[in-house]
Design a protein. Structure first.
Length: 305
């Protein structure tokens, strides 16, 4: 099977931004791109979809229009199209299973940099066995790069540096041993490496609804323990990617708040989703849920054990 990145299309401006983000990511990976349209999917009520037999024609035209725009903007990229009349969650989960990465659009909050995660996107992110990136409208190529001198766009000067990749390391539930996921760390290091971007690693512990504040007696000893655990987890990845600049922040605080602050001005935020067995069903953890609503940059959610 050809290696590829998949993007969900629904006719909205957010999914158009997701398609172009996915195209840039596919080019960085040397992969193909597949545009997937489950044409009953209508997360944005502003998208006018016919209610009669013309709906399939509308879906075909919408997918063809996005595909043509992507091909024009990314000549040489292998772009495929898939149109399916089926439950959108089922279609997108199947697309994710076959891809390296699934990219979806999410609506921004009016006047606030952030996401409103629709029911389809949220269910896909909570159940996907592959990484999912959520992208809001306006996340164009220029937004991935630092500002260029005199306002010159990154398309004109390709060497304009990428913005940082931020990795949020979660210690797990209260009482868990502090063990960090190789899948999550590896995804973030590879993302930074492909971009030639710095990687900022943020690990905040204590605070939050599911993480009570640490006891006053914890003090510097607990901070030192967490700092040591983070350094140990990153060591083999630093050795694997020695050219990647890595900065670490370990602090006591609410993880979601710290990550949203760290992601301001970043190009990509990477967070994890633990796949726990025996629970009430697939779900997003509180940190992932919070950053998907409030982070200003695209967010990659990486499932891990």
């Amino acid at each position: 099977m050809v290696r590829h990145v998949a993007a969900g299309i629904d006719g909205s401006s957010e999914s158009l931004a997701a398609a172009h983000w996915a195209a840039r990511e596919a080019a960085r990976r040397g992969s193909a791109l597949e545009l997937v349209h489950a044409w009953e999917w209508r997360p944005d009520p502003s998208v006018s979809v016919p209610v009669d037999g013309a709906r399939q024609d509308w879906a075909e035209r919408a997918l063809a229009r996005v595909a043509a725009g992507v091909r024009a903007a990314h000549p040489g990229l292998d772009v495929g199209e898939r149109l399916v009349e089926e439950d959108p969650v089922t279609v997108l989960l199947a697309a994710a299973d076959e891809a390296e990465l699934l990219v979806l659009g999410s609506r921004g909050l009016t006047g606030v940099a952030g996401f409103v995660v629709g029911s389809v996107s949220q269910r896909v992110v909570a159940r996907s066995g592959r990484p999912v990136v959520l992208v809001r409208a306006g996340a164009d190529a220029a937004a991935e790069h630092l500002p260029a001198v005199d306002g010159v766009s990154p398309e004109e000067i390709p060497e304009v540096p990428y913005r940082d990749v931020v990795l949020g390391l979660d210690a797990g539930a209260p009482g868990d041993e502090t063990v960090f996921s190789d899948e999550l760390i590896g995804f973030a290091f590879e993302a930074a490496h492909r971009r030639g971007a710095p990687l900022r690693v943020v690990h905040a512990f204590g605070g939050g609804a599911e993480r009570p504040d640490p006891a006053p007696s914890s003090g510097a000893g607990l901070l030192a323990d967490h700092t040591h655990a983070v350094a140990a987890a990153l060591r083999p990845w630093r050795e694997k990617w020695p050219d990647t600049t890595v900065a670490e922040t370990v602090t006591e605080g609410r993880p979601a708040d710290e990550l949203v602050r760290a992601a301001a001005g970043a190009g990509l935020l990477v967070v994890g989703r633990r796949e726990r067995g025996g629970g009430p069903g697939p779900r997003l953890g509180p940190v992932a849920h919070a950053v998907l609503h409030h982070a200003a940059c695209p967010v990659a959610v990486v499932p891990h054990s």
